[in-house]
Design a protein around this ligand. Structure first.
Ligand SMILES: [Zn+2]
Length: 72
């Protein structure tokens, strides 16, 4: 794993900058811990009434994997 601290531009207009540890091992894309869920792939913690859920809410951004790709 080749981790580098980089700024990732987020949002529709790319105006939100988040500093992340980016794994550039693949050479073609960077891989980071999912920004939306924090890496556990679960959105249940953000639901206003999690006790009403019959199954965990999978993170939309990372599809529940906890990792996303960013361009480098
Ligand atoms: Zn996620």
């Amino acid at each position: 794993m080749a981790l580098h601290t980089m700024d990732v531009d987020r949002g529709f207009r790319r105006e939100t900058i988040v500093t992340c540890l980016v794994d550039i091992s693949s050479g073609v894309a960077g891989e980071i811990t999912c920004i939306e869920c924090g890496g556990d792939g679960d959105w249940t913690k953000f639901h206003p009434e999690p006790e009403t859920l019959t199954a965990p809410m999978r993170c939309i951004e990372c599809k529940g994997t906890g990792r996303i790709y960013v361009s480098i």
